[in-house]
Design a protein around this ligand. Structure first.
Ligand code: 16G
Length: 241
């Protein structure tokens, strides 16, 4: 039951739910249904919806399509350095796994050809994978690798770290990358793959990775905005001093 405080009912219910989240529920746990909450706190459905939607907006609750509302998991924090997904997740105490969605040889379009220093029409492996952390989707990745450098890449086991395969099978170590990042909405395709709402935010990255011989990889990654965050150390550039 809510008390007689001057706060509106939905704000009181928000505070009560927050206590339940902090004290009783684990990340990922489902909160009680709207109906249960109306009975338990003797409030209207509109009040319950207002309280839940404010906690969703604050990032404490997440609406999972087809399941209900769950307690948000803390995001996996990545320091900005050149790591593979597998390394990055392990370092942060998560169990990485991968589903290969597609793997085929395609011909390079202008953009990828330019990024990789190739000629449009050159052959590339196109590998599309879903990356999971603790069995939950974390990122979708589509990558291109020159077939001339990695002739039988498609025959390798791509369910683990592709960086490890490039190194162990081909002796190619990605040592440098140029990466561009932006935000977008999941939209129908990535909502389905990443198991989030279509309006959910994703962090997109376009990475061109190079070995000592030059660029050998382009990957476009889309990480779930509710599960991932990046932290970076910044230094003041000479021109700003
Ligand atoms: C990361 C990289 C991606 C790279 C992949 C290799 C970002 C934003 N993206 O997800 O460019 O292809 O790792 O991971 O960090 P793997 O070696 O585990 O397959």
């Amino acid at each position: 039951m809510l008390n007689d405080s001057l706060l509106p009912k939905h704000a009181q219910l928000r505070a009560a739910l927050l206590r339940t989240i902090d004290e009783e529920l684990q990340p990922g746990a489902m909160i009680p249904s709207e109906r249960d909450l109306t009975v338990r706190y003797d409030v209207s459905r509109a009040t319950v919806r207002a309280a839940i939607s404010s906690l969703v907006n604050e990032g404490r609750l997440t609406t999972v399509p087809g399941r209900g509302t769950v307690v948000t998991r803390p995001r996996v924090e990545s320091n900005l350095h050149l790591a593979s997904f597998t390394q990055d997740m392990r370092q942060r105490g998560h169990r990485p796994s991968t589903e290969v969605l597609a793997c085929a040889v395609v011909t390079a379009g202008e953009v990828t050809a330019k990024a990789l220093g190739l000629t449009p029409g050159d052959r590339l492996w196109e590998i599309e994978r879903l990356r999971l952390a603790d069995d939950e989707p974390m990122a979708h990745e589509i990558s291109w690798y020159p077939e001339a450098v990695f002739p039988a890449l498609g025959d390798e086991d791509l369910n683990g770290s592709i960086y490890a395969v490039l190194e162990s099978t081909y002796g190619v170590v990605i040592t440098d990358a140029h990466q561009t990042t932006w935000a977008e909405q999941a939209g129908p395709t990535y909502a389905h793959l990443l198991e989030v709402a279509e309006t959910a935010p994703v962090m997109a990255f376009d990475r061109v990775g190079s070995s000592s011989e030059g660029p050998v990889e382009q990957t476009i990654s889309r990480y779930r905005g509710d599960r991932y965050q990046l932290s970076m150390g910044l230094q003041r550039g000479p021109s700003a001093r």
